[in-house]
Design a protein around this ligand. Structure first.
Ligand code: C5P
Length: 227
């Protein structure tokens, strides 16, 4: 089943501390952004890629796309101050599609198999997100003191991609903008509408390149996949 993908790529990457957009850092001689783009470029079910970019990086990204033969980018709207604004800019720029995926450009290791599962579940139910089970014991801590140990069986660590029927996500984004609600992912906006969101079990490899040690994991994942 076909889908289009929104890739927010307009962050500053402060936590990486690289002094530039972390998506331009290299893993095995290719920028993180290109690794992520290639997943969608090579997925026959992906019919369009929407990249939210910082205006001062647009030309550089255009050059990268040419160099790496990425042909599916349909639009590159200006990103916003927060990730949610960057995603919304893409949704507003897109024509209606059946299913839209939102995926952090900083997660280069997502697989076609998980994408396909997400698209199918979203097609059937409206909303599906990737996640993994919490591995560690989870506690609620307030000002350095443990208040509660949370039952782990129902806890998931949520990732992207998050897949939606286009109309559902567009409505959720519009409502959030109107009332000034800022979520930490797209699913939160859909949950606020009272719509059920389904989880698709993903892998721990689908890590977001956030801090320096993630780059070490990233290099290791690529090496392991090359074996
Ligand atoms: O900072 P973090 O890694 O959580 O950001 C997730 C993704 O959202 C990254 O790919 C980043 O480029 C993007 N982003 C964005 N616009 C922002 C902030 C982050 O497109 N204002």
């Amino acid at each position: 089943m076909h889908y289009e993908v929104v890739l927010p790529a307009a962050g500053s990457g402060k936590r990486m501390g690289a002094g530039k957009n972390k998506l331009f850092l290299q893993l095995q001689n290719e920028p993180i952004l290109i690794h992520t783009l290639k997943v969608f470029e090579t997925d026959p079910n992906c019919t369009g890629i929407w990249l939210a970019v910082r205006p001062d990086e647009r030309n550089f990204i255009r050059t990268l796309l040419k160099e790496h033969n990425i042909t599916k980018v349909s639009g590159m709207p200006d990103g916003g101050a927060e990730r949610q604004h960057s995603v919304h800019a893409c949704i507003k720029a897109m024509n209606h599609v059946s299913i839209v995926l939102v995926h952090d450009a900083a997660r280069p290791f997502i697989t076609h198999t998980i994408i396909e599962q997400l698209v199918n579940v979203a097609h059937e139910n409206g909303a599906a997100i990737a996640g993994v089970r919490a591995k560690d014991t989870m506690k609620k801590v307030v000002q350095g003191v443990v208040k509660e140990t949370i039952e782990r069986d129902s806890l998931w660590m949520v990732q992207t991609p998050q897949a939606f029927r286009f109309d559902l996500l567009a409505e959720a984004e519009d409502v959030a903008e109107k009332i000034g609600f800022l979520g930490t992912d797209e699913a939160m906006l859909v949950e606020r509408l009272g719509h059920e969101v389904f989880i698709v079990e993903s892998t721990y490899e689908n890590v977001k390149m956030t801090t320096q040690e993630d780059l070490v994991f990233g290099e290791a994942i690529i090496r392991q996949r090359q074996q």
